[in-house]
Design a protein around this ligand. Structure first.
Ligand code: AHG
Ligand code: MN
Ligand code: MN
Length: 334
């Protein structure tokens, strides 16, 4: 063994990678890099709180409902605060919209960007020690810098995102993001407190063998969705559903699969939120070569009309999503 083999390289840190890639950004400034660093910092802190949730009194419900009428978990609130604080301190963001807050949060009028986020996704899985996540989208503001943040800054089509990604707090913690030039994944090394490049140039398989849908609600699905599920069964595909969108999406991205949250009787527009969940994952998915639709058209082409707007979501391997949507023939546009 030679001397350098005694100390193997640990790889590229997220920080170094962001610096190296800065020139790839649509708007080549250090500001977007800073936002990604702020998000990474907040995710490290959130990761720490999640890992300690079983020991401290921060597991379980807070006893309050969020704006969606869903029960807030304590960690939903903690994660929300952590991300808002990090982005506020970073100074590059003028406004934030979050699944956990009814209204837009205005933070720094000089900031050129807005962030939409689901600070903790899959939060009903916290108490049972199952993977959860954070989802984020970054847009360039359209209103004048220095003035108040406008609703239009936030209600932009997903195709206007300049960066998006997610953090998966799983058997290891990962940060996956895109700035529109492919998708890169980093794995957290807790003893060093750093994310390291682990998944360069992530690609969605064109086709797959996994379908992910909460089939318990199938009596509420459109016939076209049930027809597609029947096809998956006839092909003996594997059904996998964690109930944490980030976890289900990430597994399918690596292994090849489709995730569907369709409209149901209970949620006629679907359950997932366009701004906080669908757009970011759709951007990542497309950048990896996959496809994301609402069952009819491209997610990224939807012009939002409200912060907390919901949308059906069909996302994952291109061929699978195309097939699922083809059952929707009457209205399909893709
Ligand atoms: P959140 O915890 O942010 O409210 O999101 C939960 C979402 C998503 O993560 C998951 O895929 C879906 O809700 C599960 O819903 P069902 O229990 O209806 O399947
Ligand atoms: Mn969510
Ligand atoms: Mn959430």
């Amino acid at each position: 063994m030679n001397k350098s083999e005694l100390a193997l390289p640990v790889g590229t840190t997220l920080d170094r990678f962001i610096k190296k890639k800065q020139d790839d950004f649509t708007y080549a400034t250090g500001e977007l890099s800073q936002i990604l660093r702020d998000i990474a910092l907040a995710s490290k802190i959130t990761n720490r709180e999640i890992n300690r949730a079983g020991l401290l009194d921060i597991g379980g419900a807070l006893g309050e409902m969020n704006v969606q009428g869903e029960e807030q978990q304590k960690l939903d609130v903690i994660a929300n605060i952590r991300f808002i604080r990090a982005l506020t301190n970073g100074g590059e963001v003028c406004g934030i919209v979050s699944e956990e807050d009814e209204d837009m949060i205005e933070i720094n009028r000089q900031g050129k960007y807005v962030v939409a986020m689901d600070p903790l996704d899959g939060s009903s899985n916290i108490d049972v020690n199952v993977s959860i996540g954070t989802i984020f989208s970054v847009y360039r503001r359209v209103s004048e810098i220095g003035g108040p943040v406008e609703i239009e800054d936030v209600l932009q089509k997903g195709s206007e995102q300049v960066a998006a990604g997610y953090v998966l707090y799983g058997s290891s913690t990962m940060l996956v993001y895109t700035t529109g030039n492919g998708v890169t994944g980093f794995t957290y090394e807790p003893s060093l407190g750093e994310f390291f490049l682990s998944h360069p140039n992530m690609k969605s398989p064109e086709d797959g063998k996994i379908y992910s849908i909460n089939e318990g609600s199938s009596s509420e699905f459109d016939q076209s969705v049930n027809d597609y599920i029947a096809e998956c069964k006839s092909k003996k595909l594997s059904a996998r559903y964690i109930g944490s969108l980030v976890g289900d999406f990430h597994r399918n991205l690596l292994k090849g699969g489709i995730y569907i949250y369709p409209r149901t009787d209970k949620s006629p527009d679907g359950k997932l939120r366009l701004l906080y969940e669908c757009n970011a994952l759709a951007f990542v998915c497309e950048q990896a070569g996959g496809l994301a639709t609402d069952g009819e058209g491209r997610i990224l082409d939807i012009k939002p009309t409200a912060f907390h707007q919901r949308s059906p979501l069909f996302i994952g391997a291109k061929k699978m999503v195309e097939k699922a949507c083809s059952y929707n023939k009457a209205t399909a546009t893709i």
